[in-house]
Every structure is written in structure tokens, then in C-alpha cells.
Ligand binder design. Structure first.
Ligand SMILES: Nc1ncnc2c1ncn2[C@@H]1O[C@H](COP(=O)(O)OP(=O)(O)OP(=O)(O)O)[C@@H](O)[C@H]1O
Length: 339
């Protein structure tokens, strides 16, 4: 192209909200995360910026919408421990872990029988958690509670380097890297799942697409697309080989052959970014650990009435209504966007 302008002079539209999470970089410091975000790009100063000012999703609850902005911009007052206070109306009191967790689950999924009969009524209700490990625990709890016969799909895992296969098989089976389906995938008819790969974007099958399991055969699962122009369409999902990402911590690259899906009763906060949910249960077994996570999680709901938070206190002797939790906001990112 005969042009020195960015993108060869073509108009390119970017959309973003720096109150939300920053690029995910494993074990990166705050400095690296800020360095890697868009306002540090040489393109930033060349862009013409337009600001959206109204939160349409939460427009029916102005108090909530203003609270979200204070959380997102780090303006909500913090105590000596650096924690903000959530309204007791949205916090589930903590008694014992199982009891309180059940209350959270029942708030989000009040009737799993109804869910299994008419999954569309509840597919947009979800429990969010900062970490993958808690998300897996919650999904397992919910698939066990969900009515119907369970189908167990076991993946076959092999090392990329064939000669190491014998040494590592059990180890690979025990691994649960993010972005890969589990070794032992538990599914039931009508349960909600999320696709983990772009199988066929033109047909609506993208990474993150929500599906309902309809028929579970040995080698293929029949599912239904939930949202968008392809909603209601039946799609068959095969098992496919999926490789761990290069920066995976365990260091042994391997290939898992499995259906490229995970249950999605519960999702990580990062995976829920961009979604509008009918009901949000936020499970903070541990506080959020990075910029924007609390804002993203809370702002998936339309009103404060569509939200319940369970905070697990660090130490406790008895019933505890602890409404305080950590909010992480890197203010520097907002300063950079002003440039
Ligand atoms: N102009 C509008 N009129 C009616 N509803 C709207 C309008 N704009 C957005 N919405 C609704 O508001 C919700 C959020 O919209 P959208 O996902 O486009 O916003 P977003 O800025 O990408 O949100 P986020 O980044 O927080 O995920 C959606 O449910 C969408 O249907």
C-alpha cells in the first residue's frame, strides 16, 4: 500500500474500557501489564478518541451504575486494609462453607429441574470466580446436582514428543491447563457448555460460544447454539486434538483429544468479560488478584438485584457478614489514556 499512515490509511475502529481487565500475561508484574496495554502503543497518540458515557446495561439502576463506576475507577473508599465495602443486600452471610455456597448456588440456579427442562430460561445465569480451580469445583458441584444421567468422557493425552509418552501419561491426565477441556468431562443432557475453540466462526461456533447439550453419544455430542443469529441451530461437536499453549507452566507440551468444551454453570471473571448476564453469583473464595476483575464481575449484571456475592473470610469463629473485599485498580492506566 502506498501510504505511511497507520493501517495504510484505512479506518479501523477499536473499542475498549480500561476499567476492565488488562491483557492476560502469566506471572507478569503490574509494570509489565501496564506496559503491554494499548495506551502504551505508538498508535495510541494517533487515534481519534470518542467516549461513551452511558451504561445502557445498568440504566435501570442508577445507584448501581454509579457504584460500578466508582469500583472501576478505584474511587470507592478503602479501609486501612485496602478493602472496599459491598452493600450487605448483595452479600450472602458466611456461616459454613458448604451452607453458604449452597445459598449462592440456589440464588443463581433456584430450580435445576426447571433448568434441565427449559435450559434457555437459565443459560444466562452464571457463577463467576477469579480462578479456574474454583470454577472447576463449582461446575462439578452443579453437574452433580443437575438432573439426568451423567456421561463421562475421558480424554486421551499424549506428549508432543512421542518418546516421553510412557513416562508422563498419568501426569498429563492430572493436568487441567486453562483453555483445554478437562481430562474427565462430565456432561448431562440439557446442561450448559462453552466452546473452547473457534471451530467454525461463520456457522457461529467460536471460542466462548454457549451451547446446550442435547444428545450425548460415545464419539459425538449434539448441541444447540444459544445466542445470536444461529440461535437454536443444532451442531455436532467432535473430539479434536488440542495442544497446550507454549507458555504452560508444567513445561511438558502435550496434546489432549477431547470434546473442545467445558461446563459453564460457572466461569472465570476473565471469560465472562463482554457478557450481559441475567443473574450473577460472584464467589470470592479468594479476593480478586488483578486490575478490573471486581468491576468486570459486578458489571455483568443489569441491576444490584440480579447479583449475589459470597466472600470467604480469611479467619472466622462464627457467622460472619463480612462485606469487605479487595478491589484492584491500576490508576496509571487511566493517566496513560489521557495522553
Ligand atoms: N443503544 C442500545 N439500546 C439498547 N440496548 C443496548 C444499547 N447498547 C447496548 N445495549 C445493551 O446493553 C448491554 C451491553 O451492551 P454491549 O455488550 O454492547 O456493551 P459493552 O460496552 O461491550 O459492555 P462490556 O464492555 O461491559 O461488556 C447489552 O445487553 C446490549 O444489548
Amino acid at each position: 500500500m502506498d501510504s505511511n499512515l497507520p493501517f495504510g490509511g484505512k479506518v479501523v475502529v477499536f473499542g475498549g474500557d480500561f476499567r476492565q481487565t488488562l491483557p492476560v500475561i502469566e506471572r507478569a508484574t503490574k509494570h509489565v501489564l501496564i506496559e503491554s496495554s494499548f495506551p502504551n502503543s505508538i498508535l495510541w497518540s494517533t487515534l481519534h478518541k470518542l467516549k461513551l458515557t452511558q451504561n445502557i446495561r445498568a440504566m435501570l439502576d442508577l445507584v448501581f451504575s454509579q457504584f460500578l463506576l466508582r469500583i472501576g475507577e478505584g474511587r470507592e473508599p478503602v479501609d486501612a486494609n485496602g478493602e472496599i465495602a459491598l452493600s450487605p443486600d448483595i452479600v450472602i452471610p458466611y456461616y459454613y462453607k458448604d451452607q453458604s455456597l449452597n445459598r449462592l448456588v440456589e440464588s443463581v440456579f433456584p430450580d435445576l429441574q426447571l433448568y434441565s427442562k427449559d435450559p434457555y430460561r437459565m443459560i444466562n445465569r452464571c457463577i463467576l470466580d477469579p480462578k479456574n480451580s474454583s470454577v472447576d469445583e463449582l461446575n462439578e458441584l452443579l453437574i452433580n446436582k443437575f438432573p439426568g444421567n451423567v456421561q463421562i468422557y475421558i480424554s486421551s493425552d499424549r506428549t508432543v514428543e512421542q518418546r516421553h509418552q510412557g513416562d508422563y501419561e498419568d501426569f498429563l491426565n492430572s493436568q487441567n491447563p486453562k483453555g483445554l477441556p478437562p481430562h474427565k468431562l462430565l456432561l448431562k443432557e440439557n446442561c450448559p457448555i462453552m466452546l473452547l475453540r473457534n471451530l467454525n466462526p461463520n456457522e457461529g461456533l467460536c471460542n466462548g460460544t454457549k451451547l446446550i447439550c442435547r444428545e450425548l453419544s460415545l464419539n459425538i455430542i449434539s448441541t444447540e447454539i444459544v445466542f445470536g443469529i444461529h440461535a437454536g441451530k443444532t451442531v455436532f461437536i467432535p473430539k479434536i486434538p488440542l495442544q497446550t499453549s507454549d507458555n504452560e507452566r508444567n513445561g511438558i507440551p502435550f496434546i489432549r483429544t477431547q470434546f473442545p468444551v467445558r461446563l459453564c454453570f460457572a466461569l472465570t471473571i476473565n471469560k465472562a468479560q463482554g457478557q450481559t448476564l441475567d443473574y450473577v453469583g460472584l464467589y470470592l473464595r479468594e479476593p480478586v488478584f488483578s486490575h478490573g476483575q471486581l468491576y468486570v464481575a459486578l458489571s455483568r449484571a443489569r441491576t444490584a438485584a440480579d447479583l449475589k456475592v459470597l466472600l470467604i473470610p480469611g479467619t472466622f469463629d462464627e457467622k460472619k457478614i463480612d462485606c469487605r473485599t479487595r478491589n484492584i485498580v491500576f490508576n496509571k492506566i487511566f493517566h496513560l489514556t489521557q495522553q
